[in-house]
Ligand binder design. Sequence first.
Ligand code: ADP
Ligand code: GLC
Length: 459
Amino acid sequence: MNILHASSEVFPYSKTGGLADATGALARAQAKAGHNITLVTPLYRGIREECHSLEILSEAELPSKVWKVEPEPNLTVLFIDEPELFDRDCLYGHNDDAERFIFFSKCVAQLAKRVDIVHAHDWHTALTMPLLSLGQTQIGKVFTVHNAAYQGRFEKDKFALTNLPDSFFNWQQMEFHNDLNLLKGGVVFADLVTTVSPRYARELLTAEYGCGLESIFQAKASALTGILNGVDYSEWNTTYNPHLTAPYSIDSLGGKAMNKLALQREIGLEEQPNVPLFGNISRFAEQKGIDVLLSAMEQLLADRVEFQFAGLGSGDALLEQAMSTLAKRHPGQITVRVGYDTGLAHRIEAGSDFFVMPSRFEPCGLNQLYSLRYGAVPIVHATGGLDDSVNDLFEGENKATGIKFTDCTPDGLGQAIGRALELYANPVRLDRVRKNGMRADFSWRQTTANYDKLYESIN
Ligand code: ADP
Ligand code: GLC
């Protein structure tokens, strides 16, 4: 099939979070499976310098330049080059984000010729769905919601930028409390809507998780599917990984201990092989429950529990400050690096004994999948993709891969950490659980097969 994906970020060209990993890896996996894949994304600052083989796409009749690269067979990546909109330091958070991504989506719709499926991801590209609904085309429209909390909601005067008929601005389509809501338009006009885990697909139908759009998701329920993201194991592995100190695998776990010591040395934790080390890598946002983590750690410290913590993240300034302050008060025991560092992200996964994810909600979550492969036993709030991908200790020694908690509060997390400490004190059991996780297979093969079935249903 000829499939055109549109995403505002794509690994390895641009990334702020899991969207980049998911769209980059899905496109590569589908290309490997024999589909003809085009992936459209903005040309942000730095991409041209990094990517030497870009060529101008001559046939594009667009208001901006389009660059293309073919990184592997069956895969073409197109970059929309509009410097005034995209040649900036940060990908998002600008006053003109409506203009930027409405423009981008219009370019994508214009590029969608001779394809069977247009598959758009998140609010930044959602407008392609209503735009394509205007033409008399046979193109199948698929829209994936990676996170319903980000909706591309703007004042209604921005609707004029979309070039859609005024009649589309109504409460059943693109209007939301008198504002323009791009995500809503994507959901309403897509032939099929997917999200990134089966449980999150169910959660979206509820007021607790639907972020105000639950009735829209309910109306679309028969066309809504949850497909768990996969992992690109060529990127996220422990055997051939330039970011790590020593390779290791399920058959030779010795390297994991070396990575733990190297991590402790790198980030200034005391070099203690036998103190349990907890890791976390996050956007510092309400979603990720960093406040819950902070309070749970305060309690552990008050109880004089022996543990170490390695954190990496950035985002909300108050959370950055609170995390840094806690680390400064406990040098050698708690380290928090504020910033974005891919290499350190790999080393935290490899060096940690446990990986903590107290997300209030988590559509899929990739870090717990990476943790499983890296032998860092995940401790997760039982929500969304976290619940779908981790098996709790209660499931028995043959199945257990991690620890789940249902009450996303400092106490709930504290109790889960208590269970982790008990597990750590029992090396034989810990080894079993760790190896169950390392053996788990979340490769994209299964995921692409699920998407194939969906595409076929509308083609
Ligand atoms: P989300 O997309 O909601 O942020 P995911 O778990 O799906 O959450 O994906 C997060 C991705 O971003 C992972 O690849 C993670 O390693 C990466 N990441 C998040 N914060 C950082 C950071 N500060 N430095 C490096 N990588 C990060
Ligand atoms: C979003 C979600 C995250 C998911 C990622 C990739 O950023 O917050 O849970 O893993 O998209 O689909």
